[in-house]
Design a protein around this ligand. Structure first.
Ligand code: LLP
Length: 435
C-alpha cells in the first residue's frame, strides 16, 4: 500500500501532513517521496522474482536522487545507468559497483574508460562498433571487463507508448537478433573483454508478461545454440519496463506477472548457475513520489474551466510528451470528496471538469485535460500522484523556471534531499571568455 493517504480529510505522506509542509513555507512546486513506499516497492519486485535470486539494478534514469539511491543500495540494489553522469552519481552513492550495469547506444570513449576503470559489473553492448571500442579501450588499459550483448529481439507491445518502445525491428537499441550469434562466436575469447551473457529491454511499461516470455525464449535459444559450440553464457539481463500503478484501478498482481517468467528462467538458475539481472525503474520509484503544486488562478475559456497551477511541463513533462495520465487530487478536499479519492467509488456530485495547466508558454503545457475534481479555489494545494519516476529527472529550465526541491518523508520525519534551484543557478554557467 502506498503511504500517501487521506487522514482527517488531509493528504498525508506517511505520518506527515502535506498541508503542514506547505504551511512551513516550503515553496511549491516540490517533489515529495515516501521512503517506506520506496522500500516496499523494491521488496515487492525482489520477492516477485525471488525464485531467481535476481540482482536488481534499479534504473537510475527513472529517479536519480543520491539519497534515494543510497536507501536502495542499503537494501542490496545495484543500479542500471546510461551515462557518465549517472555513473558519477552512482559512484557518489553507497552502491556496490560490481552490481552496476551500463547501457545506452551512444557511450563515449570517456564514459567507457570511466566505466572500466570504476569496475562496473557489466557494460551492455549495443552495436558491433561499440564492442570494438570497448575491446580497444580495455586492451589499452589492460583491464578485464565483463559485457552483455543487448539483443534487439523484434518484439512489440502495441500498448506501450510509441515513444517508449525499444524492442521492435528498426529501433535504435541493441543488435539485430540474427547477428548476435556470429558476433559472440567471433569475439568470445578476447583477452580483456568477456562476453558473459545477453541483455534485452523491450520497452516501458510493458503490459503483459507474455512479451518477456517471448523475449526470454529468444535469449535462451541463443544460449543453447552457443552452448552447442562450447560457448557458455551465464548471465541474462531481462531489462525493466514492469508496470507501476498510475490509476489505482488496475488489478495488477506481481504473482501472475512474474510467475511465468520465473518458470522459464528457474531451470537456468537452479541447474546451470545463471545470474538473472532485472532493471526496474518505475515499478519501484513511480508510486513513491508526488508533485505538490498550488492553484494560482482559475478562469473560464469558452466552456472550459482552466485551473492554472504553479507546476508545469518543466516539472513534469509526461502528460505533454506522452499524453500520460497522472492522478490529481486536492491535498485538502472538502470532506464530501475525500472518499472519492482514487479507487473509491467517485462521488460524482459536485465535481467540476477542469483542464489543469502550468505556467509555461506552450499549449502542450497541461497536466490533465477534462479532469473531474472537487471545486478548486485559488491557493489550494493539489497533489499529482505517481510522479516518482520520470518526474524530477526530466525537469528542465525552459522559460527559465528553476527546478523544484525534492523532499523525503520517513515516518514523521521530513528531509530536504535536493534544494530548490535559485535564480542565481540559472545564470551561473553563462560565463563569457575568449577561446
Ligand atoms: N532498462 C533500460 C535499458 C531502459 O532503457 C529503461 C527505460 C529501463 C531499464 C527502465 O524502465 P522502467 O522499469 O522504468 O519502465 N520517460 C519515459 C520512460 C523512458 C524509459 C526509458 N528506458 C516515461 O516517462 O514513461
Amino acid at each position: 500500500m502506498d503511504l500517501f493517504q487521506y487522514k482527517n480529510a488531509v493528504l498525508h505522506c506517511e505520518d506527515v501532513s502535506i498541508e503542514s509542509l506547505a504551511e512551513k513555507g516550503i515553496p511549491t512546486p516540490f517533489y515529495l517521496y515516501s521512503l517506506n513506499t520506496l522500500k516496499t516497492h523494491y521488496k515487492k519486485v525482489y520477492n516477485a522474482f525471488g525464485a531467481l535470486q535476481p540482482v536488481i539494478c534499479f534504473s537510475v534514469k527513472s529517479c536519480n536522487n543520491v539519497h534515494l539511491l543510497n536507501e536502495l543500495a542499503a537494501l542490496g540494489s545495484g543500479m542500471d545507468i546510461v551515462s557518465g553522469g549517472e555513473l558519477f552519481m552512482v559512484k557518489s552513492s553507497n552502491t556496490d559497483l560490481s552490481k552496476v550495469v551500463f547501457a545506452g547506444v551512444g557511450k563515449s570513449e570517456e564514459e567507457i574508460t570511466d566505466a572500466i576503470n570504476s569496475g562496473v559489473g557489466y557494460i551492455n553492448i549495443e552495436s558491433v562498433q561499440e564492442l570494438q571500442r570497448v575491446q580497444f579501450i580495455a586492451g589499452n588499459l589492460k583491464r578485464e571487463t565483463n559485457v552483455l550483448i543487448r539483443i534487439l529481439p523484434d518484439i512489440l507491445d502495441e500498448k506501450t507508448n510509441e515513444k517508449t518502445r525499444t524492442g521492435y525491428k528498426g529501433a535504435k537499441f541493441g543488435i539485430d537478433y540474427a547477428e548476435v550469434k556470429l558476433l559472440i562466436r567471433d569475439n568470445h575469447d578476447h583477452p580483456y573483454v568477456n562476453i558473459r551473457g545477453l541483455h534485452c529491454h523491450i520497452g516501458s511499461p510493458i503490459s503483459s508478461y507474455t512479451f518477456y516470455e517471448e523475449c526470454i525464449n529468444k535469449m535462451v535459444q541463443l544460449v543453447e545454440e552457443l552452448k552447442a559450440e562450447n560457448i557458455f553464457l551465464k548471465v541474462l539481463n531481462i531489462g525493466g519496463g514492469f508496470p507501476a500503478n498510475y490509476t489505482d484501478n488496475d488489478n495488477f498482481s506481481w504473482e501472475s506477472f512474474a510467475g511465468p517468467i520465473n518458470r522459464l528462467l528457474e531451470p537456468y538458475v537452479k541447474n546451470e548457475g545463471f545470474k538473472i539481472i532485472l532493471e526496474p525503474g518505475r515499478s519501484i520509484s513511480a508510486n513513491t513520489g508526488i508533485l505538490v503544486t498550488k492553484v494560482l488562478y482559475i478562469k473560464k475559456s469558452g466552456d472550459k474551466n482552466i485551473v492554472i497551477v504553479d507546476a508545469g511541463m518543466t516539472n513534469l513533462i509526461r502528460p505533454a510528451m506522452y499524453g500520460a495520465f497522472h492522478y490529481i487530487w486536492p491535498v485538502h478536499p472538502d470532506v464530501a470528496h475525500v472518499l472519492a479519492k482514487r479507487n473509491y467509488p467517485v462521488e460524482q456530485e459536485g465535481l467540476v471538469k477542469y483542464d489543469v495547466v502550468g505556467p509555461i508558454c506552450e499549449s502542450s503545457d497541461y497536466l490533465a485535460k477534462d479532469r473531474e475534481l472537487p471545486p478548486l479555489q485559488q491557493g489550494d494545494y493539489v497533489a499529482i500522484f505517481t510522479t516518482g519516476a520520470y518526474g524530477m529527472v526530466m525537469a528542465s529550465n525552459y522559460n527559465l523556471q528553476v527546478k523544484p526541491a525534492e523532499l523525503m518523508v520517513d515516518g514523521d520525519k521530513v528531509y530536504s534531499i535536493r534544494e530548490r534551484e535559485t535564480q542565481d543557478d540559472l545564470i551561473r554557467k553563462m560565463v563569457k571568455s575568449e577561446l
